[in-house]
Design a protein. Structure first.
Length: 158
């Protein structure tokens, strides 16, 4: 198990490297989008470190249930009355998958939701990750395209 710790602005270059190893091109977000999420909700920016390197990350934030947070948004704004915790992004470096890092990060996000008294967590599952999220208690609410033209599932965990 890797230690999970808060991310810092100095981690963003490594976040981009992890992201590139985990996602197809159309899902890659610019550094400005990650910086915005980190600024808006620092407790929801978490990383797993092994041997001094960031090997996985998670970005989550308060949100409105039923809405998918925009992808690539460097101008993201949080809702005034959030009712769920939105897991915006979870990525594990390709060479570190299968070691429980994602479970550690999901558990940390669920803990944030509990501490904030939010009764649900939501996310958009991309790249055929719906079975992974189902193992963590998320259920498909609906299918959608995210980004346009790419099949995805909006999922919720009460």
């Amino acid at each position: 198990m890797s230690p999970v710790r808060p991310l810092r602005p100095s981690d963003l270059p490594e976040v981009l490297r992890v992201q590139r190893s985990a996602y197809a091109e159309e899902y890659l977000e610019p550094v400005e989008a990650f910086a915005r999420k980190l600024d808006l909700f620092p407790p929801g920016a978490l990383g797993a470190v092994e041997d001094g390197s960031l090997v996985a990350y998670l970005f989550c934030h308060p949100w409105t249930l039923g809405e998918a947070a925009p992808l690539h948004a460097a101008d993201l704004a949080l809702p005034t009355s959030p009712d769920c915790l939105y897991i915006h992004d979870l990525a594990v470096r390709a060479d570190r998958r299968g070691r429980g890092l994602s479970a550690d990060l999901v558990d940390a996000a669920l803990g944030i939701a509990r501490r904030m008294d939010l009764n649900a967590c939501a996310l958009v599952a991309v790249q055929l990750t719906e079975p992974f999220w189902a193992r963590h208690g998320f259920r498909r609410d609906r299918r959608l395209e995210y980004p346009p033209g790419r099949a995805a599932a909006y999922m919720v965990r009460p």
